[in-house]
Design a protein. Structure first.
Length: 757
């Protein structure tokens, strides 16, 4: 099926190379500006409880505190000093002038004077954002607000010694994504030299080693250019930069490694460069296309997920894999046909490196495995089972430590709030209560229900306090509360700012802020959100007919996790089913796809086990710069790692089986074909896997925990797949199965005793 296009592209090889060069030049400027069009805020398209509650807040309150940031101010004098007060007033005025800020309040101005540090030198302001400021996912107001704050501080004559940090979840989200983009560039700079070194050792030639790197860089450049176009039609997360770079380098170099290796083999058989390139496309090119399609299936499954981050990663992955496959099967063979034997230059490098890529060691291993397949299956299976066991203890949720980069401005501001016992103020669980049309939350009928709801939630030891109209005065009984609100208009006039934040103008919608204790981690905060929802679900006397919804950062993540995990089995089934069908079509075998799918599940499971061991339990976490065990794994990680790794690890299966089937079709001898296929591809597979591990491994040392989890998971899965799975279990099982490997494409006759073929 590749004969006709292969002959055509090799004949026009000069034009093919020129066309790709022109395409790269066209997309390079777009790729350089890709960060400008990427979403700096997360989002989901599903109608979740938290989304509904947030929209209700924005509709019911003219200046809602649906989204807000904290401006943490630390000074050289106490906050009661006139100089400190002047600074606070100046910063308040500067923030209020920004179009995306609806109002700014100091918690001390509404009776919260306890929220200052012990030394009385740190306090904070809360800046509520307008609903319009959060609708554009690709825009972030945080840099502008920080600039306005600093300019105002610099313009003051008495501002020396004051330090201001902007934090809160919009700022934390912005910093996480910005640092993630910076880490992508750093990881590229680290990975490329290491990758080139591996390729030089693998090929023993600088020119041959450079070609895969060129393909990887071209794949990333063109794919990122295409991402800028896709961003006009759907939100594209900034995390696309990480995944596109990781996968683009990995698959681009992997596919090129296979193509270049096969081209050199054909040259060594005496073929002319053009003929060798043609033969390479017909054989290795077919394997690359099949491999690419299996990777595409995983990324396509991500497009169906409810989270904008995972959907856009799916789109970015689809684009970069498609470009990498096209480059490896068109541009690279054309370039090889032009270069010919020049790919082996410089000659002096080949001699000292020859022993590193000699096949004799792999031939011995293939023979040993062929004679002891059952022993290999027992040892390899036991190792995989041992590594997979920790995955049974996986706990999904927001990690307890290192979620927000501590060196970021927002991270430092959050730490300052935590030290003064106020971090819970910017990460509450927000409970929105909407009463039926025409009812008032201050009525004698509804106040007891709000008081009961407040008291039920406050009983949880993880709750520091519950703010709302039923707790405006501490320790009031239901009767005292009813008396207090007997003249509701007067009470509202005296506490205008409080009521503007917690009760709508028509008194139909009210808000309860469940402020957690500072000892509660993000994992505990998600559990608290679930506890609040359980209280509501159980029913609250006095609030019959009311709509009660929980939102906030933790509740939003509970919804996201639920949606992802609900769809995850379907995603797994989709990927497994389509991959199995594709492999059956490619190899005309029933056992090959079943074995490949089952073994891939084992490698992914073992990778999850290692991730749980290192991150959740903290064994060796210090190597990756973590302060301790994360206690939970972000729910997005299993989804992304499965979808990406399942396709990538299938690459090695296809590389190996394509060569085995090629030999089997010529000889009809299964054991011989398995040994020869293993010894011929083992060096390529291990080199390709090492490159993948280096690329993914550099991201495991990123400053953003989400990226670390994904990078480590991918690196671990590739390592296990290229060693225990492809080099041990796959060939051992193929030896045991004999000619049944190729049924029904090749019938398995009744075998005579001792004849394994």
């Amino acid at each position: 099926m590749f004969a006709l296009p292969a002959a055509s592209l090799i004949r026009r090889r000069g034009w093919v190379v020129a066309a790709w060069a022109a395409l790269a030049l066209l997309f390079a400027p777009r790729a350089c500006r890709v960060q400008q069009v990427l979403a700096l805020r997360g989002g989901g398209r599903e109608s979740t409880e938290s989304n509904r509650a947030t929209e209700l807040l924005k509709e019911a309150f003219p200046t809602p505190f649906a989204d807000y940031v904290a401006i943490v101010v630390h000074g050289p004098v106490r906050w009661t000093n006139q100089r400190f007060e002047t600074v606070l007033d100046t910063l308040k005025a500067a923030a209020e002038r920004r179009p995306y800020v609806s109002q700014v309040i100091s918690l001390r101005s509404i009776g919260e004077s306890t929220y200052v540090s012990r030394d009385r030198r740190t306090t904070f302001l809360i800046a509520a954002l307008t609903p319009e400021s959060t609708r554009d996912l690709s825009a972030s107001f945080v840099p502008d607000l920080r600039t306005a704050i600093r300019d105002a501080l610099v313009g003051m004559p008495e501002s020396d010694g004051f330090d201001v940090k902007v934090t809160g979840f919009p700022a934390l989200d912005h910093d996480v994504r910005t640092i993630s983009a910076e880490d992508t560039e750093r990881s590229e700079q680290r990975a490329l030299p290491l990758t080139l070194a591996v390729l030089i050792v693998a090929f023993g030639a600088l020119v041959a080693a450079t070609l895969p790197v060129i393909v990887g860089v071209l794949a990333i450049t063109i794919a990122l250019g295409l991402v800028t176009i896709a961003a006009h039609y759907l939100p594209m997360s900034v995390f696309v930069l990480n995944i596109t770079t990781m996968v683009g380098l990995g698959v681009g170099i992997d596919y090129s490694l296979l193509i270049v290796t096969r081209f050199r083999e054909e040259l060594n058989r005496g073929l002319a460069p053009a003929d060798a390139a043609l033969r390479t496309v017909e054989t290795a090119g077919s394997a690359v296309v099949t491999s690419g399609l299996t990777v595409v299936v995983g990324f396509a499954a991500l497009v169906t997920t409810p989270l904008s981050d995972t959907r856009s990663v799916g789109v970015g992955g689809l684009l970069v894999v498609a470009v990498a496959v096209l480059l490896a099967t068109t541009f690279l063979p054309a370039a090889l046909a032009i270069l010919g034997r020049n790919i082996d230059r410089p000659k002096w490098l080949a001699r000292p490196l020859a022993r590193f890529h000699a096949p004799t060691g792999w031939e011995r291993w293939a023979r040993w495995l062929g004679h002891r397949p059952w022993r290999a299956v027992a040892i390899g299976g036991a190792a995989i089972a041992l590594l997979t066991f920790p995955a049974t203890q996986i706990r999904l949720g927001l990690p307890a430590t290192n979620w927000f980069p501590p060196e970021s401005e927002s991270g430092q501001g959050l730490q300052a709030l935590r030290e003064m016992g106020a971090s819970g103020v910017i990460q509450p669980v927000r409970v929105v209560v909407q009463l039926p049309e025409g009812e008032s939350a201050l009525s004698g009928r509804r106040l007891p229900g709000l008081k009961a709801l407040t008291d039920s939630i406050r009983k949880d030891p993880r709750v520091r306090e519950v703010r709302g109209i039923a707790s405006i005065k501490p320790n009031m009984s239901t009767l005292q509360l009813a008396i207090y609100y007997s003249d509701a208009g007067d009470v509202r006039a005296k506490n205008a700012k409080f009521f503007d934040a917690y009760l709508s103008a028509d008194e139909r919608v009210t808000l309860l802020d469940v402020v957690p204790a500072d000892t509660v981690s993000l994992t505990g905060l998600m559990e608290l959100a679930q506890r609040v929802r359980a209280v509501v679900k159980h029913g609250v006397r006095g609030l019959a007919g009311a709509e009660i919804l929980a939102t906030g950062f933790a509740a939003s993540n509970v919804d996201t996790q639920h949606d992802l995990m609900t769809r995850f089995p379907g995603t797994v089934a989709l990927v497994l089913g389509i991959t199995a069908i594709m492999l059956f079509a490619a190899f005309r075998s029933l056992l090959v796809p079943v074995k490949a799918v089952l073994l891939n599940i084992l490698s992914v499971g073992a990778a999850f086990g290692l991730t749980v061991l290192v991150f959740q339990h903290g064994y060796g976490a210090g190597v990756f710069g973590l302060e301790g065990p994360t206690q939970a794994i972000w729910a997005v990680v299993p989804v992304l790692v499965f979808a990406i790794v399942f396709g990538l690890s299938m690459d090695y299966e296809v590389f190996l089986l394509t060569r085995v089937k090629e030999v089997f079709d010529k000889t009809g001898r299964n054991d011989h074909a398995t040994m020869e296929g293993l010894s011929a591809t083992a060096s390529t597979i291990t080199s390709a896997a090492l490159i993948m591990i280096l690329v993914f491994g550099t991201f495991a040392f990123a400053r953003v925990l989400a990226v670390q989890l994904i990078g480590f998971g991918l690196a671990a899965a590739v390592l296990l797949d290229a060693t225990l799975i492809r080099m041990v279990l796959v060939p051992a099982i193929m030896h045991i199965a004999g000619r049944w490997n190729w049924w029904p494409g090749v019938r398995a006759p009744k075998l005579e005793p001792g004849n394994s073929d």
